[in-house]
Design a protein around this ligand. Sequence first.
Ligand SMILES: Nc1ncnc2c1ncn2[C@@H]1O[C@H](COP(=O)(O)OP(=O)(O)OP(=O)(O)O)[C@@H](O)[C@H]1O
Ligand SMILES: [Mg+2]
Length: 379
Amino acid sequence: MYLQRLSLRAFRNYVEQSVNFEAQKTILVGNNAQGKSNLLEAVELLATLKSHRALKDRELVKEGAEAGQILATVDRAYGSAELAMTLRTSGRRTIALNGEGLRRHIDLLGTVNAVQFSSLDLELVRGSPESRRTWIDTLLFQLEPIYARILQEYYQVLKQRNALLKSLYKSESQSPDSIADQLTQLRLWDEQLATTGSRVTRRRSRVLKRLAPLAGDIHGDISGGSETLDITYRPNVPWTEDDPEQVQQAFLAKLEQRRFVEQQRATTLVGPHRDEIELAIDGTTAKAYGSQGQQRTLVLALKLAELKLIEEVVGEPPLLLLDDVLAELDPQRQNQLLEAIQDRFQTLITTTHIHSFDAQWLKASQILTVAAGTIHTYP
Ligand SMILES: Nc1ncnc2c1ncn2[C@@H]1O[C@H](COP(=O)(O)OP(=O)(O)OP(=O)(O)O)[C@@H](O)[C@H]1O
Ligand SMILES: [Mg+2]
């Protein structure tokens, strides 16, 4: 797929700016705080409906404006598509695809595919299990857009079940009838948690099964075959056979086993919101023992594996967004990365120092300068 054009209106520090992408690689050069990452963020939003830097749409709208907009034209194997996302300081965002408003925003997923790689991604190794769950969930949104719905349903159930557990917790002040009634309700929520939770865990397991060998091979190449990477899915509810019935049974059994503790703590302790994905190098957890360089190599391998997997599943190479990471890699890893992407993936690269790039690379790239929310041809 190829991103032809991107227009930003009242988005972050951009008032009104369009960019036509004219080469397979575009390098965005600029000092700190000029809008380089903001531009990549706009692409990330179109690809995943989320930004890893903003929790609220309000933050994305230019200060002083009420609404901001991202417009894009992307060429796909089956034709080109026009995307429009309008973000508001108050009220819901709106999304249009080829001029038609989408009632369900997740229907936009899959129109643009992108893999983002920034220094924040080191969190994947160093951060909490939640950062690894978010990572695999975001990848799943792109591979199987329906997963966005599945995950949403799960979290809805979790919220309701937690509310019920909180209410039960305060049961001293309630009549026995009301408590009995809530306990019956809890059984129903158990069923719901098992149904929706098993959909989540089965998909996470499947995608990790496909990703792990790709990442392992790439990691072996980068580290010169001297280290092995293991990715292990540790679901909160363990199961063996990928069969809906059996996985649901495993959920119900664990819920039964944890019933007392859950009621004592007044929160749901069972389910994929407590899954872990373990990343280990040569059998030891990368989080605890990996050196900085090892952790970087690991993240690089994961990102390249994502790229490959999306290409495999979607049938077209996704975009690659490299935010400030090239300068952080040593020359050997830089080359590994460049070799892996070659000309196959349209790549947007941000940097503060154009001189850290290989001359041959610069020749083949479109180079743009980003300064205070405006974009010009370099220099
Ligand atoms: N909603 C907003 N309205 C106006 N300006 C904003 C908004 N959100 C962020 N900014 C501004 O955008 C700038 C940051 O842009 P960005 O993160 O893209 O920088 P960058 O060019 O990637 O810099 P660095 O090299 O430090 O990563 C900051 O000056 C910030 O104040
Ligand atoms: Mg930046």
